[in-house]
Design a protein around this ligand. Structure first.
Ligand SMILES: Nc1ncnc2c1ncn2[C@@H]1O[C@H](COP(=O)(O)OP(=O)(O)OP(=O)(O)O)[C@@H](O)[C@H]1O
Ligand SMILES: [Mg+2]
Length: 492
């Protein structure tokens, strides 16, 4: 017997209806039901009446048919006047039903891209309008792994459907009704808690080239104990990494986490949808008053997927092959993270940004940096020295750090950064033997302390999270004699 609340079954198919839209309240958003009828011409009034009837009478479906099939898209005739950009349609091909997204509309036909790859379409196949996608999360989703369409992929049975359906494309809460962001968080990652501390509801990017340690750092943050819920979007990752991330890194917080995975071999529509699905789930938990951590690895792959879709829809490429809409999609998604309305919870967003060819000024990295409340930069030169997490503390900033540090801590961090800057500036000089102790007391202090600071910052998922970063750093430094016999004065 199947309980009513269970909407669907993952592989398929003993539930009649919509095997490919699990978790989604398809077509449930009216959007037009409240439009006033006045001041419309006869044709518009008829269109609106049909729209309303369609919403009220489920069996009435608007459909068109496939007029062109290409490897990465299809064109459908008969729907142009009835669909909007971003809405979904459903293909009835053979026994399976397939969802596709509307990416372009013109007078003759609409261009759609399917969520699954290799859908066997034929000219003349019927295509039904489905409408905007909605998701109805439930508290029991914690501990589960879903694909971008909300279908469970963890073989732990069907998902329960929540009471309220949330639109996948939502607007952020109105700016003036949003709570302030000033409640300090402890992530347990020493380098972050010391140098770029975060607040609940902050949005931060982790910027690095490939293989420098982004995913490992995100996994350490996802294991942090300061959150009620953790929502993770793994976008464009290798299948192996998804399993590793969930089994190893997340183990401690697995029961608090919902993971949404779209691997690199999935369609661009799935890869672009995954962070939005994760964001929608995060919004649900936020509205329940929970402090939510949203982790997206990586937001760059979301931008790549958006680029593929935009180019297939015929948009021009403007910056490094990215179409203009990509630079609109990014802030639209990132703005949804952050504090909720007063009295509700918050979404702390951590987004990894793959900087192509280690170029930190490439357009996507630039657009993301401008939208976020801080950035943590990982440096290949540091990871090459075997220092992990490879955070370049001088290049990283948290725009909300002043809410977290006490006056004394702020002063201390300023001193530490000064020492690190001095140490790094003189690296080449020291390598060629141009440094002699005693000539510059500040440099002497930097040379004595910075290697110890670096040692204190080293951390891996296995070494566990820190409880109090300032105390632990002080324990390593305080009261000890420097190698040159001077009293360590900077950390008291
Ligand atoms: N904190 C750490 N402690 C020890 N080793 C680490 C740490 N972080 C990263 N590494 C090493 O760096 C390698 C790459 O890390 P990771 O997969 O996190 O990088 P990435 O930036 O996510 O890579 P990609 O761009 O391929 O996704 C790991 O396999 C591991 O060997
Ligand atoms: Mg990675």
């Amino acid at each position: 017997m199947k309980p009513d609340a269970l909407e669907y079954n993952s592989n398929g198919s003993n539930q009649p209806g919509r095997p490919d839209v699990q978790g989604f309240e398809v077509g449930a958003i009216s959007g037009r039901a409240n439009e006033p009828i006045r001041s419309k011409n006869a044709l518009e009034r008829l269109e609106l009446a049909v729209e309303r009837a369609r919403e009220e009478v489920a069996p009435l479906r608007i459909s068109g048919c496939v007029a062109e099939v290409a490897p990465t898209f299809a064109r459908v005739r008969g729907l142009s006047r009835f669909v909007r950009l971003g809405e979904c349609v459903e293909f009835a091909t053979g026994e399976r039903r397939q969802l596709a997204e509307v990416v372009r509309i013109d007078a003759e036909a609409v261009t759609v891209k399917t969520f699954e790859t290799g859908v066997p379409m034929r000219l003349g196949d019927r295509v039904h309008r489905v409408g905007p996608l909605r998701l109805a999360p439930h508290p029991s989703w914690k501990g589960r792994v879903l694909n971008a369409l909300g279908v469970p992929i963890d073989a732990a049975g069907p998902l329960r459907k929540g009471e309220n359906a949330y639109p996948i494309e939502a607007a952020p809460p109105p700016a003036m009704r949003r709570a302030r962001v000033n409640a300090p968080l402890k992530t347990g990652v020493r380098a972050i808690d010391l140098f770029t501390p975060l607040c609940a509801g902050q949005r931060i990017g982790i910027f690095a080239g490939s293989g420098v340690g982004k995913s490992t750092l995100l996994a350490m943050l996802a294991a942090s104990r300061d959150f009620d819920a953790v929502v993770i979007a793994l976008v464009g990752e290798r299948g192996r990494e998804v399993r590793e991330f969930l089994d190893d890194a997340l183990a401690a917080n697995r029961s608090l986490s919902v993971a949404v995975a779209a691997t690199g071999d999935e369609s661009p529509t799935m890869r672009r949808l995954a962070p939005k699905t994760a964001m929608t789930i995060a919004e649900y938990f936020r509205d329940r008053g929970e402090s939510v951590l949203l982790v997206v690895d990586s937001i760059t792959r979301f931008a790549h997927a958006a680029r593929e879709i935009a180019l297939a829809a015929g948009e021009p490429a403007v910056a490094r092959g990215y179409a203009p809409s990509v630079f609109g999609d990014l802030p639209k998604l990132l703005e949804r993270a952050g504090p909720g309305e007063e009295g509700k919870g918050s979404i702390t967003g951590v987004f990894s940004v793959l900087v192509d060819g280690d170029d930190h000024n490439e357009p996507v990295a630039d657009a993301i940096r401008g939208t976020l409340d801080g950035h943590i930069v990982l440096d290949r030169a540091i990871s090459d020295q075997g220092r992990f997490p490879a955070i370049d503390v001088l290049a990283s900033i948290s725009r909300l750090a002043q809410w977290v540090w006490s006056g004394e801590q702020q002063k201390l961090v300023r001193q530490l950064r000064g020492l690190i800057a001095r140490y790094e500036d003189t690296r080449d000089l020291r390598l060629i033997g141009g440094y002699k102790e005693g000539g510059d007391p500040e440099l002497d202090q930097a040379v004595a302390l910075v290697p110890k600071i670096y040692e204190a910052l080293q951390q891996s998922p296995r070494s566990g999270l820190s409880k109090d970063a300032f105390r632990e750093l002080a324990e390593i430094l305080q009261g000890k004699e420097s190698p040159r016999g001077k009293e360590v004065s900077v950390v008291k």
